[in-house]
Write a protein that binds this ligand. Structure first.
Ligand code: F6P
Length: 195
């Protein structure tokens, strides 16, 4: 059997402000999560041969990975959903400035594409090469972002387009995926870490 580990980055300064997009640093709580995650991962996976780490190219995932002892790759394909003209806005500001866009997203969150940005459908295509690699990997920790992890989880757990954009992906939580060799089925455990 094989095991994969996913985590969102620790809380970022943008998460604190409720802003989407950007390339913010971690908040003080986010840095605490980076320490907790490193302690958990170095403890449980530190001696596992082949253990490796993939992050996005954004500062908040790289900062979250900093103290983990493993070879790492930074992949553009794992960068967060591009929110286009809404980058740096709060949901409240998006609703005020772009009410029609805001309603359209609510209406069909999977297909909705931010002006000059991406949709979940676009993102699913962007992460496809990463998914193909993950299909034959064992003991990889992927540190990425909410929308990106929803795409990876939906593909691996066989969730449909309607469910995908709403998959629960809490901060400061390790998502452990265990694959059963018998039927190829996949089991998800959420492991919240105290910070
Ligand atoms: O708020 C954090 C964040 O990663 C944003 O950068 C991103 O736009 C959003 O989550 C994706 O979640 P949703 O699709 O629910 O807005």
């Amino acid at each position: 059997s094989r095991t994969l580990y996913f985590s969102r980055h620790g809380e970022s300064e943008y998460n604190v402000l409720g802003k989407v997009g950007g390339d913010a640093d971690l908040s003080p709580r986010g840095y605490q999560y980076a320490d907790s995650l490193a302690e958990y991962v170095n403890g449980t996976l530190g001696n596992t041969p082949g253990f490796k780490l993939w992050t996005s190219c954004l500062k908040r995932t790289i900062q979250t990975a900093k103290n983990i002892e493993a070879p790492r790759e930074h992949l553009d394909a794992l960068n967060e959903l591009d929110t286009g003209v809404c980058d740096g806005l709060t949901y409240e500001e998006i609703a005020e400035r772009y009410p029609i866009e805001f309603a359209a997203r609510d209406d069909d969150k999977f297909h909705y594409r931010y002006p000059e940005g991406e949709s979940y459908f676009d993102l699913l295509l962007r992460v496809k090469p990463v998914l193909d690699r993950l299909k034959v990997e064992n003991n990889v920790l992927v540190i990425a972002h909410q929308a990106v992890l929803r795409c990876l989880l939906a593909a691996l757990l066989k969730k449909d387009e309607k469910e995908l954009p709403y998959i629960h992906t809490p901060l400061h939580t390790v998502m452990r995926l265990s694959f059963k060799p018998a039927d190829g089925g996949c089991h998800l455990d959420l492991i919240p870490l105290s910070i």
